[in-house]
Design a protein around this ligand. Structure first.
Ligand code: ING
Length: 311
């Protein structure tokens, strides 16, 4: 049994300092401790505002939002408090690394165990939006410009008494994400998201669809891979842009067992029995027994659609 605290964040202002944000994360950790949580899941880019919504002229303006060390001077307090409480956590942040003389930038998250050790890292694979500045848009969505595509695949780790995996935001909309971890026996997938409520990257959509697509994606991923899914929002009005809430905890049955209510810092808690995955993993979704991978070639052979020949 893992008692999970989905630690939703309200808006983070563009000029909010790292230590101001870390203070908010510490308050959520303390509350999680009071409530007996084993694990806390923070959102995507939990240390800064969602900066890809703006176009920046030069790189050093963008780099202000990145961490060059994790833990760093301002985030060490988070690791210390979590270890003090004996709570593991998942944290999303913008990661800058030097790799063979080249600077790489990723939309990343880490999994830290109850001792404060980093046991896993994931780098976002599905980067939505557009690579070029689109001045006619009310909001940009420049993740393709600001981040490299994640290069760590979809790993899982044995920790917290189970098999844990992570993904980030847009990843949750792609069934491949869940299945890659499902094929490694994952029992809990943690993810954070920053999702505009009314203005997706391509323009207006009826507002009720944001919630439907959020829940649909994660409930399907959970059920079809017999895993828990923890989805945690950065919510509220950030710099004028309304971000959806909808933080939720989904059981391997696909049922939502706990849901956020607000657009602010909010801890959503549920007792997650990892053994609840076993029924479906051994029956409906016993992959070894029922899947026919030799029939699924297209799924990895092509990125885009291959239409049938014109008649
Ligand atoms: N944000 C959004 C997400 O996938 C988006 C992009 C918004 C896609 C609305 C579809 C609809 O939730 C990030 N950061 O990936």
């Amino acid at each position: 049994m893992v008692t999970v605290g989905a630690a939703q964040l309200g808006p983070i202002a563009r000029d909010e300092t790292r230590s101001q944000v870390v203070d908010r994360l510490l308050a959520l950790l303390d509350r999680a401790h009071e409530r007996g949580c084993d694990l806390v899941v923070f959102p995507e880019l939990a240390l800064t505002t969602f900066f890809p919504r703006w176009y920046f002229e030069n790189q050093d303006e963008i780099d202000r939002f990145f961490e060059t060390a994790m833990p760093g001077p301002e985030t060490q307090a988070l690791f210390d408090r979590a270890a003090e409480h004996g709570i593991g956590f998942c944290l999303g942040f913008a990661e800058m690394v030097e790799n063979g003389g080249e600077t790489q930038r990723f939309n990343s998250c880490i999994l830290v165990d109850k001792s404060g050790a980093i046991v896993g890292k994931y780098r976002k694979v599905h980067l939505p939006g557009h690579a070029d500045h689109l001045p006619e848009r009310k909001w940009q969505h420049l993740e393709k410009a600001y981040f490299d595509v994640g290069d760590l695949g979809f790993p899982v780790w044995r920790t917290m008494g189970g098999i844990m995996g992570m993904c980030i935001c847009n990843d949750r909309r792609w069934p491949e994400t869940y299945r890659m971890m499902g094929l490694q026996g994952v029992e809990m997938i943690m993810l954070g998201y920053n999702t505009p409520a009314t203005e997706p990257p391509w323009g207006f959509e009826p507002t009720h669809l944001a919630g439907l697509h959020n829940n649909l994606s994660m409930q399907a991923g959970a059920y079809q891979n017999a895993t828990w899914v923890i989805g945690v929002a950065k919510a509220g009005n950030e710099g004028g842009c309304d971000m959806m809430g909808g933080t939720l905890i989904v059981a391997p049955t696909g049922e939502i067992v706990a849901q956020g209510r607000t657009l602010e810092d909010e801890l959503v808690i549920a007792d997650c029995d990892l053994d609840a995955c076993n029924h479906y993993k051994n029956t409906v979704f016993n992959f070894a027994e029922h899947r026919q991978p030799d029939q699924y070639g297209l799924i990895t052979e092509t990125a885009g659609v291959i239409l049938p020949p014109d008649d």
